[in-house]
Design a protein around this ligand. Sequence first.
Ligand code: ADP
Length: 499
Amino acid sequence: MNILYCTSEAYPLIKTGGLADVAGSLPTALNHLGNEVRIALPAYPQALERAINVKHLTSLHLDHTAQPVQVLEGRLPDSDVSLYLIDSPAHFARDGNPYLQPDGREWPDNAERFATFGRAVVALANGASEDGWRPDLVHCNDWQTGLVPALLAQQAQRPATLFTIHNLSYQGLFPADTFSRLGLPPSLWSIDGVEFYNQLSFLKGGIACADHVSTVSPTYAREICTPRFGYGLEGLLQHRADRLSGILNGMDCSAWNPRTDPHLEQNYDVHRLQRKAFNKAALQRELGLPVDAQTLLIGYVGRLVDQKGIDLIIDVLERLFHHPVQLAILGSGDAALERRIAQASDRFPKQLGARIGYDEGLAHRIEAGIDCFLMPSRFEPCGLNQLYSLRYGSVPIVNRTGGLADSVIDLDDASAQDYTATGLTFDAETPDDVLEVCLRALRLYRGAKVDWWKLVITGMKQDFCWLNSATQYMELYRQLRSAEPAGTATTPPQKAALP
Ligand code: ADP
């Protein structure tokens, strides 16, 4: 099949989170299954620098866009995946975070930026690429691409559309007058379109108009149909339940392989597990912590935001550090959380090694050096670090939610007996819950070593590489290609008053 994969980030071109990891890996895995996947991505400066063989492909004259938009073609590094880089310098020639200004606020023209990107994708979906390539299916991801299914649904003839939600909490919400400023088709201002409580919602456009909606784990697909996780979209998601499903993300098993990882002090695998200890000592040195094999070293890597429950960890440090425990933290995000972590690391220099910032190499060294990885996320659509932790023999300790619940098997009597346990799961409501599960890990680590190593080894043997997930996407693509498209122009949407 020909698949146009549109995304606002893709590793290694540009990355803010898990979406980039997926977009950098899934297309390659799908190509290995015999498809031709092309990625469409805004031509940010970082992406232009890192893409291979970039050259001009075509000019697009898009509705409501003053200047023609250039499409550059290139290749994703270390892969056979072609790229369409949508080059609109007024929108994308900005360094740094693709969505946020240097002061952490959103770019004020995000609606215009991603409407232009979406319109360019629609043109490519309709065969605008000069070599006549046409996709059978357009696979969209998160709010930045939400207008694509909405605009394509206006056409009688079009490719099938799949909209994947990587995180429902980011919605692309804009004031109602943005709708007319963007010159979108009036029929889209409807409760079956992009209108959401008299605001413009890019995300809703994707959910309401795509032929199928998927999320990045089966449990998250169920959770978002409830008020607790649905951000007001649960009614629509319930309504679309027969076209909503979850496929757990895979992980990049070549980049994240302790046997070959170039970032590590010593490479290891399940047969040479004793070498993991050298990585623990090296990490303790790197973070300025006392080198001690008996101390339980817990890790956290990720965005420092409310979603991740990092505040629950900070709140419990004082009590946790009465025990022989060290904590390695790498992350960046919310300024107040960054400050609290910096203060705590001044206060507990022997037990807290924290680095504020983004550091790919250190993320790998933490995964290899720690004993266990703590994820008290309040919600987690899939999560990747628990998958990396499993592969690196670092026991994941996770809240029972979303993709964490789908990928970690809790240690209990039955799972200990039949060697299926891979980590510890808990209900992360309060700091006390975090303390309790960390102490459970400590008892296991220092007491019953046999149970600990059984957990580690079973975890390392799990296979979360992309092939399994890509095969499930293929099955879904096939169904969508042969199915009747949903929400085409032939079914007039229910109108709301135009803004
Ligand atoms: P999310 O997409 O919600 O941020 P995921 O767990 O799905 O969370 O993916 C986050 C990815 O970003 C992981 O690969 C993680 O290792 C990486 N990451 C997050 N913060 C940092 C950081 N400060 N330094 C290095 N890697 C990071």
